[in-house]
Design a protein around this ligand. Structure first.
Ligand code: SF4
Length: 215
């Protein structure tokens, strides 16, 4: 379906899908817990290859101990590694968090920058993390392409690639800008509740009539 479908039809189909998902998941929201922009930045770095639930368990304690970028640099790297151990890839994540904090202090007056161009200069911060921070903290439209978005947009025949940047730009063309931020939460919620990896629940899926992969 995806290859023969016109861009106009694909756009209309995706808007219909999003409308259905709005009705199905009125409670869709970001899955990571945070109270400040800096906390969301750290939580998003920790969420690589880890569930939001696990990150939330770790950050509940972590954010009581570390409040500012300097706090993450005031302890030995090994101590931070222990504190984030259960999120996996803890050495790399600790290195990225500390590198990120060093740069925030040196170049951004310890504040999280508000542009994608600046955010992606921070260690451990790619377009996904940057868009997540921009959309959830600053209300700046951005499309977050994670594993759920990649999988579901391919299943829906909206895209035919696993390349996150290509998917982001394809969705920017297809979806009105004012819907980008909500779309992130809707698709991720759909991936957690119904279109689950390896066992999608097509029979109860609210968008199965629009999905070429429905079984
Ligand atoms: S119909 Fe099945 S494959 Fe398609 S979006 Fe729904 S759950 Fe996923």
């Amino acid at each position: 379906m995806a290859k023969r479908e016109s861009q106009t039809n694909r756009k209309a189909r995706l808007v219909k899908i999003l409308d259905e998902l709005v009705s199905a998941y009125p409670d869709a929201r970001v899955g990571l817990d945070f109270t400040t922009t800096f906390e969301l930045l750290v939580a998003t770095i920790l969420s690589a290859q880890c569930t939001d639930e696990r990150v939330n368990i770790v950050t509940k304690t972590l954010f009581k101990k570390y409040h500012t970028p300097q706090d993450f640099l005031d302890v030995p790297a090994e101590e931070l590694e222990m504190d984030i151990h259960s999120t996996g890839f803890y050495r790399n994540k600790a290195k990225n968090i500390r590198g990120c904090c060093t740069k925030l202090i040196a170049e951004f007056n310890s504040q999280v920058p508000q542009t994608l161009v600046e955010l992606i200069t921070l260690p451990g911060v790619g377009r996904k993390t940057a868009n997540c921070v921009l959309s959830n903290c600053f209300g700046i439209p951005g499309i977050t392409v994670d594993t759920h978005v990649t999988r579901i947009m391919n299943l829906l025949g909206i895209v035919g690639t696993d390349d996150a940047v290509k998917i982001e730009f394809a969705l920017m063309d297809l979806v009105p800008k004012e819907r980008w931020n909500a779309m992130n939460h809707l698709i991720i919620t759909h991936g957690r509740r119904i279109c689950i990896a390896r066992r999608p629940q097509c029979g109860v899926c609210p968008v199965n009539s629009c999905c070429p992969s429905a079984s």
